[in-house]
Design a protein around this ligand. Sequence first.
Ligand code: DGL
Length: 281
Amino acid sequence: MSATSSRDPRIGVFDSGVGGLSVWREIVRQLPGCDTVYVADQAHIPYGPRPLEEVRQFAEGIAAFLIREGVAVVVVACNTASAAALHHLRRRFPDIPFVGMEPAVKPAVQRTRNGTVGVIATPATFQGELFASLLERFAQNVRVIPQVCPGLVEAVEAGALEVPETEALVRRCLEPLLEAGIDELVLGCTHYPFLRPLIERVVGPGVEVIDPAPAVARQVRRVLEGAGYSEAALSVGIPRHVFFTTGDPAQFAGALSRLVGVTAKVDRLMWEDGNLRAERK
Ligand code: DGL
């Protein structure tokens, strides 16, 4: 599209589960005129411990579905899928812009006062080339400590945000980082912002917690502006938000209301030979 469009763009957003809603809510806050389509691949959650190649195949199937839904941009609201598949998706679907997640190493390195930064993310996120390249580009004179946090994605999926078991998991995962003396903590998985109050309690006021979602939403705006959408199309209107899961729609609807205060119908998607199709009722 070259001329300015007043049509509301649709933004596609996906994650393995509810984590991407931490990015979705920021997109909706910054782009209140845009429609959205959200896909949660809960049939395959968690992505984090899976081989990158497998996550890449899921990401490709979901992106193809979102493109068939007519989205103007696809937001890979999942650090794991971004690490595994972002370059591949851009090559495979060259006509659609993709916005991905990456651990916010750059701002953390800029802000650290003592030169020690912690990053929490899934194993696959740390394995990808993306993380290695972030360290190479931005972390020359700073110690960046990667830490995986087994169980946290599952706790957020289960809605167990403020229970003693989750607090114990958070303490166990952050302990080595606190012992190392970090003063910046990067949330490198989109599920973790829902645990932010708990994480902030555990790390205390001396550690700044960084969530990249606001920066990602700003990037989505830049991409849509670049595609010719007008300020009015991005900011004004009554948006339509639709939600799909490959898991249990009732469970996802409960999480939607608990995590982001949205009441909406959720539709089921089925995987069939690597492709997604909506279940006919
Ligand atoms: N929310 C995802 C991320 O940002 C991954 C969670 C998972 O499925 O392991 O990495």
